[in-house]
Design a protein around this ligand. Structure first.
Ligand SMILES: [Zn+2]
Length: 112
């Protein structure tokens, strides 16, 4: 979750990319292998591309310039789903603020 390495990546997208990559958000960036970094980079691109295609992640009353809601929130697998079952392994997702003070949601069953 270190934003110095994932420069400018929103918290929502970092949560999603880490879940998709199967990487524990509490890990230090320097502990990741080259392969893990490559997977994380690829998943981040996938998440950002999907979000743009869905006009972003609207919560509450946000609308884009054409007055339409973004629908990416419907595709979120981790962020905002604390306590709900992991879509990959079925274990209850954990929500914490212990990683860097912001809301982090992850699966203790399949992110390591
Ligand atoms: Zn899981």
């Amino acid at each position: 979750m270190d934003q110095k390495r994932l420069a400018g990546v929103g918290n929502i997208y970092a949560n999603e990319a880490l879940w998709r990559a199967g990487i524990d958000p509490s890990r230090e960036a320097r502990s990741l292998s080259a392969e893990e970094l490559a997977v994380l980079r690829r998943e981040l691109q996938t998440v950002l591309t999907a979000s743009i295609a869905a006009r972003g992640t609207s919560f509450r009353d946000y609308r884009d310039a054409r007055g339409e809601r973004g629908s990416f929130v419907e595709q979120l697998a981790a962020y905002g789903r604390a306590g709900e079952p992991c879509l990959r392994c079925g274990r209850r997702l954990v929500g914490t603020h212990a990683v860097d003070g912001r809301s982090t949601v992850f699966c203790a069953g399949c992110q390591y």
